[in-house]
Structure formats: C-alpha cells, structure tokens
Write a protein of this length. Sequence first.
Length: 559
Amino acid sequence: MRHTRWVTTTIDQDHQARTAVSTDLWRTAVVYQIYPRSFADSNGDGIGDLPGITSRVPYLRSLGVDAVWLSPFYPSALADGGYDVDDHRNVDPRLGTLGDFDAMITALHGADIKVIVDIVPNHTSNRHPWFREALTAGRGAPQRDRYLFRNGLGPRGEQPPNDWESMFGGSAWAPAGDGQWYFHCFAAEQPDLNWENDEVREDFRRTVRFWADRGVDGFRIDVAHGLRKDLSEPYLPWDEIADIMRPDGSHPLWDRDDVHEIYADWRRIFDSYDPPRFAVGEASVHPARRARYASADSLGQAFNFAMQDADWRPEDYREVINSGVADMINSTTSWLLGCHDTPRVATRYGLPLEEDRPAQQVARQWLLADGATPRLDRALGERRARAAIMILLALPGSAYIYQGEELGLQEVADLPREVLEDPMASRTTKEKGRDGCRVPLPWSADGPSYGFGQHVGHLPQPEWFAAYAVDVQEADPGSMLNLYRRALALRRELFVSDDLHWVESESSVLHFARPGGVRCITNFGPAPVALPVGEILLSSGQLDQSRLPSDTTVWMRAR
Ligand code: NOJ
Ligand code: CA
C-alpha cells in the first residue's frame, strides 16, 4: 500500500479541501513523453530508435525530468504511429532489440530517471497472430471471440451492423469477407479486443508483468476509458452517441463503470512489485469521472487534458486549475499542454483567439489550410507557451511534457500530403492529422536532419527547425530550453507540498500562492501590471521596470 499523509489544500478562498498526499514521487513527478520514432536516430535509417534514446540520456538528465514515458516501440506496421501493435512483448526490429531496451533502462535508471511504457489494451494490429487466426478460423470460431465480430446487415451481410463511426472518420466496422464485420474504434488496422474474453485478460496480465519484470517503473494505458463496451442490440443511432462525454457511464463504448474491474485486477499486479508499479490512464472522460481512474484502487493517475483544451484566457485557466486541484482531494492530478495527438502549444497560442471556437479547432483548421490562414504569430505563441509552462510547473500534481515543447517547437503545417503517416489524414478530409507535431526533433543547427540522425528523418523537417535546435538553445541563456531547465530545478526546491490558494487580483491576472509564500503570477492582459514587492525567482520574459508585461509569468517571493 502507498503511504499517505494529510494536508490542507485551499482551493479557493472559501473552499477548504482535504487532500491525500502520497509520499510517492509519482504524485508530483515531471514526466517527459518520448515519441520514439521521432526522438533520435542512431543508425541513420530515418527512424528514431532505442539506442538513440540511450544516447540522449544526458540531455534528459540536464532537463531535470523524473521519468520518461515512451510511446509504443513494439513491432508494428505503423498504421497508427505504433498504436497498432503486432506483439505487445517485443521491440520493433527497426527500433532495436530487447537487449537495447535493457541498455536504455539501465542508462535511464543510472541517471535517476524512471521509465513508463505504453500499454495498448483496446486493440491489437490486424497483423497480430490472434487477428490473423480470427480471420482464417471463420464465423462462430472461438478465435473470433477475442475480438468484436458481428453479422453484417443485408442478405449476405454486405452492410455494416450499424452506422457507428471510427474516431478517425469513416465506419467503425470493417468486413471480414464472410458476412461478418469486426469493430474498430480507430483505424481498420486496429481491431478492438473483447475484454469479456478470459484469454484477452490473461494475455494483458502477462504483458504488464513482462515489462514490470524487465524493470519498467510504470505504464501509460492507451484509451483507458474504452475497453468495456456494450455491443448488444438494438444499437443506438450514431448521432445519439457521437458525443462521448457522459457524466453517468451510460455510453455504449466509452467510460463504462465495469472498466475499473480491469484496473482493480491490474492494481493487484502493480502492487505486487516493490516499489509498486505506477500507472496513468489516457481517459478522455467527463471531468466528474476523471478522478475515478486516478483513484488508488484503479490506475492511480489519469491524464487531465483540460489545460491542453483550454484557450489562453485567465478564466479558462482558473477553471481548469480549480477542477484539477479538486481531483487531488481523493486521488491525484496531472497537467499537460500537449502530446503527440494535438497541435503544438506554441502554435495554438500563436493563432487568433476566437470566441466560439477553441484554439485546438482553430489550429486544426489552420493545418488543413497548410498553415496559410489564419496568420500564425510565432513570437506571440512562444511567449505564451513560456508563460503557460511556468503556470503548469507551479501547480501541485504531476506534469507531462511532450518532446519538443521544451524547445518551443511549432507545429509543421505544410507537410506534403504524400508524406503524411497519420491514418486520420487518409480516413477523413476534415483533418490533416497529427504528423505536424511528430516531426523528428532538431538537435543541431546543421546536418541532413538537424542532428536527429545521419540522414533525413521519416518526416521532413522544415528549414526553420535549425533555429530551434538544442545546440542553438543551449548557447542562449534566454532560450525556451534554458527556461525549462531553470523552472524544473526550481520546482523541486520550491513546491514541496500541495498547498495552493488564489490571491485576489484584477480579472486579467492569474495569481496563486504556493508553499513558503511563493507566488505564481501571470498577466493575460495587454498592459503591464504592478507586481507585489518581493524577490523575483523566475520570469518567463523580461520585466518592464519591475512591472509584469503582457503574456508573462513570474514566480516570486512576496515580502
Ligand atoms: C490514443 C493515442 O494517444 C493515439 O495516438 C492513438 O491513435 C489512439 N489512442 C489509438 O490507439
Ligand atoms: Ca534508426
């Protein structure tokens, strides 16, 4: 069992809340997300790999993160960036071997960095031996029961069983060729598993133990809210269930109550290790349902996507912070500004703020236009991204940083259609997809792939990546990278308990106090504002004669 102690957290001036604080480092850990194929390429084949990660451990150490989370590195045809897994207990030969994995873990642990791997339990790839068997075994065979096969409509079953849509666009059903169809929430190459099947349950227990035994410290659970489904007839029409956020667990596909039985089962496995293995769920659920995934008898932590979804407005941030801090009352909370599924934060914040469309949608529209309209103000976006990360890192709870955010990377909007890898781009004309935030990282200002590898990377990097390269930023004390390093180091020193309370201020200013009288103050308004008298600890931008300029955050100790 994890140890807890109790402290008081003031969420709002009139709202006192009791908060369970685990001495467990995960409660406040800073986790760096690596998208392995785009991080570092050690052998020049254009694909980032595990030895590439090992070679960059000193960089991760100097950044000051507590853990890394690796997106899938398993054998895969890359129909969905590796989230189409052929074998959950192996390494894609293009990314290395299990021996390379062991060497990577040893190097990361040697640098005091923990390792989280991605478990993808909602689906396998269509190349997984189970799925091949299911197709050849035919209708009614037990091999089909591991997946979700149903009879098609029409005399020969030539129509899908219902009108449900995949998350990537198009039908959620694909034909087996014999009148049956199989269900896939995502790409057709990702058939959904049937979590009522015992072999499925047993196989994932094995997978969790396999990686835990190899020294992995924790797991990120892909589509954690999707494993249990009600595919009984009659089916509701798609337009009644297209909105997946329900507050009561009544959706046939998402966030059903019985999904937690699976995690209670895994919890016994996690807790059988010393120290217990950590888990974080990717649960895109109604905010009121998030804490359940983060509770100690379920996964222990859940991604809170609210800040990634928020616009650059003080009222949005205030709301998101209140709701995330409230989650800490009985469980844990986490914060993030981006991941491999979302247009990059510096770009979202550099596009015009719209009243009736969230920044994410504006950014996706901009991507569809290859970045032509609306106009992106890069400097503004980066300035706000600097201010935003300082808010995020000043909050109690855990923080997730997506690779390249620490460089202030912008989304790459003008990737030619023919190089796109994301199935979202091919399954629907309404989205350009997620490749723009998955372009290989620039490590140096020169070289065929800006230091990513000896040759060009699997997605083309634009020329402007040179200015964002790690070696350029290391030499510039005011760079985004150096801001991240300083903020991460200070965070360890300053924010030692969960205490947070709001300090009254004008409406365009976000101002909260943390332990030891440390204040985090952000000016969202256009004109500089006065700061309290005190010592400035860190600032996301130059102060204007001791006033706080627009789109800037400071951490300070008020006198
Ligand atoms: C969520 C992952 O973050 C995303 O990249 C993937 O496409 C889906 N799950 C399906 O596995
Ligand atoms: Ca490689």
